[in-house]
Design a protein around this ligand. Structure first.
Ligand code: 26Y
Length: 821
């Protein structure tokens, strides 16, 4: 009977319009006479949401029915961006919808712009999680994402008087894509104490009790695959006071305010995303977030497993859990606690299950980003977990000692507990010991973790535990959605859009690389994308840029290791050169627009100073009549996913210039090349593999290698290096006050001199400038440039997140797809 009434999907323009109008008139209670763009967006979104949810239901039923292994991707960050455009394209219904809304009197571009970015992440790690969800669904893998439903995502960045100012990002006003599941709740405990209890058989067990309880509520968002019915789930947890928790005693005794405060404290847990990227601050609330999310997710996973009625020994055949960095490492401890304390398995049997279930992905070697939690903090918040960590460490160290007797040094090096004051827990070590596989995110990075920070663990566990999965990006969002014209041009040549599901097909473009017509069409699309960006720059900053100039873009989180400071020093150097040029020399110069964008962590002063230098330089350079069109400097405010979508298609050159050995992979490098831009970069992260794929002639590499870094740093420390002369000039100019009060920038200069130039800006500066000269020369020959770009794109097939996910599925998860009828 039910089936007869089951919801169906619209498939024609008329049906689509009917759905939109229905939602505007009834769901939103608006008449067509007061339907503004926001209401129209909402109507369209709700119409597509219905389609998504129908597929979601089918998918969940099919996946439950086949009862195969599922993978759970645990990430504190999911940087999803907007959903509507992606949903329309994945359902192959965008053209229909565009026509439909146009007949209703709207432009689809305007409606798409109404949507608030879902910005629940900082940068690379969070966006990678979002690309992986897209690929998992597109490849029909049974997979769920688990995260936190922050009320405030990453802050909005405003630039006021040249400085970054952070404004809260309240994004939940209207979010049609999520479904609250008020019936799916989990009680989560903090604090309290551990009591030993002995049952009638003399078995002792640990009982954790007497703590404070908070409730986790599930919110689900459908994740559609491209051109498939598979629609997976992203489950985000929101915190609220536990129903039993409202303190009636306080309430009755008239202490109403303090009982409300308790409630608010519970809600605080999921209130805000920590805005730090690659820097650990060790705040108690962050630890609470981690446990809250991990405990709720594991409860959910275990509950689902138990419904299948299988034996515990089958757990890891049914469940794989991937840890996105160490942020969810407590999941290892929590699963061991559930198995031992609640399900009464023996320690070893439980630990065996745990270590077959987890995989750990490392995203950084920077020491300041490696998580360490203070023992007293954990002792107070999670007393039972601390005991389990100590026991895990004890058994681990005992096994190491048996295999490497008398090596005290080794034992103290690999101990989960660092004997500092106070003691701290090294979360990465716990993650390695508790996982089946550990992976880095690009070849160089995976080699580095094996030879440096995790070296001892390779000795202990053998090399096979450590592997590489080079990152990738979804071509659906980062080519098809971001650059529809280029995607269409490629499809015309390759005979359709199959390349979006098998990106290696791009190699079919190679034979058109010399085709003059094709080159012209290609460069024309690039030009239009640059015009669109030029218009945006004009509208938002007032700066007029010439769309024929070379657009040079560096957009990413601001961090010293990413060396935006080197970029802006290079810009200053170019400016000084222009000031000295004759008319004749100027005529020969390629005009440039240097575009920067990215957020600084609110407490990271050096990063904020870098932003201030960029804005200061732009004020001077853009208003200098000697310079004119030859150089413009732009800082794009509030860089986010939606902005990346129109920046990536608009670059001629993008910068990926981290100190060698510091950027684990980078993923925007992939996005920019995929959109037909070339890159200037160091031999770092995925740049190395990009070079291998596209060829050395199609990338501008410069700078020292990772293997040189230690020696160079050593030389700085012992005062054996002179600053590069061009860099010296730049510093002199800043100190002269050319860009305003030099006191503002003294920290930046100091880092290069007395600070020991840790990021080796001076060592790489000459080769950086020389390589920019090569870029200028290359850009003068438009045909040769177009040829390079086309050849590069044709070789980018490797960098799809589909390939990355296939590697995870085969080498780490042992996961099979489930086809939804
Ligand atoms: C400990 C905590 C404060 C913390 C929070 C966020 C630590 C790290 C992070 C974020 C790290 C991150 O985004 N890493 C980036 O991951 C990308 C995806 O693998 C890489 O491409 C990129 O090189 C790396 O910096």
């Amino acid at each position: 009977k039910w089936r007869k009434f089951a919801a169906t999907e619209f498939s024609t323009k008329d049906e689509f319009q009917k759905e939109v109008v229905k939602h505007v008139e009834t769901t939103l209670a608006r008449s067509l006479y007061n339907c503004d763009e926001l209401a129209a967006y909402s109507g369209v979104a709700l119409a597509f949401r219905d389609r998504l949810i129908i597929d979601w239901n089918k998918t969940q039923q099919a996946q439950t029915f086949v009862d195969q292994k599922r993978v759970y991707y645990l990430s504190l960050e999911f940087l999803m961006g907007r959903t509507l455009d992606n949903a329309m394209l994945n359902h192959r219904m965008k053209d229909t919808a565009v026509e439909g809304v146009s007949e209703l009197g709207f432009r689809m571009e305007d409606l798409i712009e109404q949507e608030h970015d879902a910005a629940l992440g900082n940068g690379g790690l969070g966006r990678l999680a979002a690309c992986f969800l897209d690929s998992l669904a597109s490849l029909n893998y049974p997979a769920w994402g688990y995260g936190l439903r922050y009320r405030y995502g990453i802050f909005k960045q405003e630039i006021i008087d040249g400085y970054q100012v952070e404004v809260p990002d309240y994004w939940l006003d209207f979010n049609p894509w999520e479904f609250p599941r008020h019936e799916i709740t989990v009680d989560i405990m903090f604090y309290g104490y551990v009591r030993k209890s002995t049952d009638e058989n003399g078995q002792t067990s640990h009982v954790w009790e007497g703590g404070e309880v908070v409730q986790a509520v599930a919110y689900d968002s459908p994740i559609p695959g491209f051109a498939t019915s598979t629609t997976n789930n992203l489950r985000l947890w929101s915190s609220k006071p536990s129903s039993g928790e409202f303190d009636f005693q306080k309430f009755n005794s008239g202490d109403y305010e303090s009982s409300v405060r308790d409630q608010q404290r519970a809600e605080t847990i999921s209130a805000v995303l920590y805005p730090n990227d690659n820097i650990d601050v060790g705040k108690e609330l962050r630890l609470k977030q981690q446990y809250f999310w991990v405990a709720a997710s594991l409860y959910d996973i275990v509950r689902r497993f138990k419904k299948s009625g299988r034996a515990w020994s089958e757990f890891s055949d049914q469940v794989s859990i991937q840890l996105n960095d160490t942020h969810p490492t407590l999941a290892i401890v929590e699963l061991q606690r559930i198995l031992v304390d609640k399900e009464h398995l023996e320690w070893d049997e439980a630990w065996n299950i745990v270590t077959q279930t987890f995989g750990y992905t490392n995203h950084t070697v920077l020491p300041e980003a490696l998580e360490k939690w203070s023992v007293p903090l954990v002792q107070n918040l999670l007393p039972r977990h601390l005991q389990i960590i100590y026991d895990t460490n004890l058994f681990f160290l005992q096994s190491v000692e048996r295999r490497f007797p008398k090596d005290r040094e080794l034992l103290s090096r690999v101990s989960i507990i660092e004997e500092s004051n106070p003691q701290v827990i090294r979360m990465a070590y716990l993650a390695i010991i508790g996982s089946k596989k550990v992976n880095g995110v690009a070849e160089l990075h995976s080699d580095l973790i094996k030879t440096t920070i995790f070296k001892d663990f390779v000795t202990i566990f053998g090399p096979d535990k450590f592997t590489n999965v080079t990152n990738g990006v979804t071509p659906r969002r980062w080519l098809h959605q971001a650059n529809p014209e280029l995607s269409k041009l490629i499809a015309d040549k390759l005979g359709g859009f199959t390349f979006l599901k098998d990106l290696t097909l791009l190699n079919g473009l190679e034979k058109y690389a010399d085709d003059k017509e094709f080159q012209k069409d290609w460069m024309h699309i690039k030009f239009r994308n640059k015009q669109r960006l030029a218009k945006y720059i004009k509208d938002t900053t007032g700066i007029v840029v010439n769309p024929s100039a070379l657009f040079d873009i560096q957009v990413k989180r601001i961090h010293e290791y990413k060396r935006q400071q080197m970029n802006i020093f290079g810009v200053i150097s170019r400016y000084l050169a222009i000031k000295k040029m004759t008319k004749e020399e100027k005529k020969k110069l390629v005009p440039r627009v240097s575009i920067f964008g990215g957020k600084a962590a609110p407490g990271y002063w050096m990063a904020k100073t870098i932003i201030r230098l960029v804005t200061a330089v732009s004020e001077v350079v853009n208003n200098d009549p000697d310079v004119g069109d030859l150089l413009k400097v732009v800082f794009i405010e509030d860089y986010n996913v939606s902005k990346a979508e129109f920046l990536c298609p608009a670059s001629d050159l993008s910068e990926h210039i981290s100190t060698a050995g510091t950027e684990a992979s980078g993923t925007s490098n992939m996005k920019f090349v995929l959109n037909g831009g070339l890159i200037i970069g160091t031999c770092d992260g995925a740049n190395i593999e990009i070079t291998r794929e596209i060829g050395e002639d199609r990338i501008f590499l410069f700078g020292h290698l990772a293997e040189d870094v230690d020696d160079l740093r050593h030389a700085h420390r012992f005062g054996k290096t002179e600053m590069d002369p061009a860099l010296r000039q730049v510093c002199d100019e800043i100190e002269k006050g050319t860009f305003g009060d030099p006191g503002v920038f003294s920290g930046l200069i100091h880092a290069l001199t007395d600070g020991g130039d840790y990021y080796l800006v001076s060592d790489d500066f000459a080769s950086y400038l020389a390589t920019h000269k090569l870029v200028d020369e290359a850009f003068k020959n438009e045909e040769a440039w177009a040829h390079k770009c086309i050849m590069a794109v044709s070789a980018m097939g490797f960098f799809t997140s589909d390939r990355a996910i296939l590697e995870y599925a085969e080498n780490i998860w042992n996961l099979e797809p489930v086809v939804v009828a």
